[in-house]
Write a new protein. Structure first.
Length: 90
């Protein structure tokens, strides 16, 4: 355990950031899962709404540095491709 005042503060800051990052990452994964579920169901309207929410969460996580920007782009691109295939099949 740290003994210096600055090290103790660093531990508190790290824990706060870890909790914030964990919350944002969990929200992002949940929204992506909802979008995938809507895509699997084949419901174009619900999938479109879920895609908008999922994209917002993915971009937010990338902006805050929780995931890399390239991973966010790739994830959004894959979801968009799946959404377009569902829309064209309808």
């Amino acid at each position: 355990m740290a003994n210096h005042k600055s090290a103790l503060k660093r531990i508190r800051q790290s824990e706060t950031r870890r909790k914030r990052n964990q919350h944002i990452r969990t929200q992002m994964r949940t929204m992506v899962k909802r979008c995938r579920d809507a895509l699997d169901a084949g419901d174009a309207a619900t999938a479109s709404e879920a895609f908008k929410v999922a994209e917002r969460e993915i971009r937010r996580a990338a902006t805050k540095g929780i995931i890399p920007k390239t991973r966010a782009d790739r994830s959004v691109g894959r979801l968009a491709r799946a959404l377009n295939s569902v829309i064209s099949a309808s």
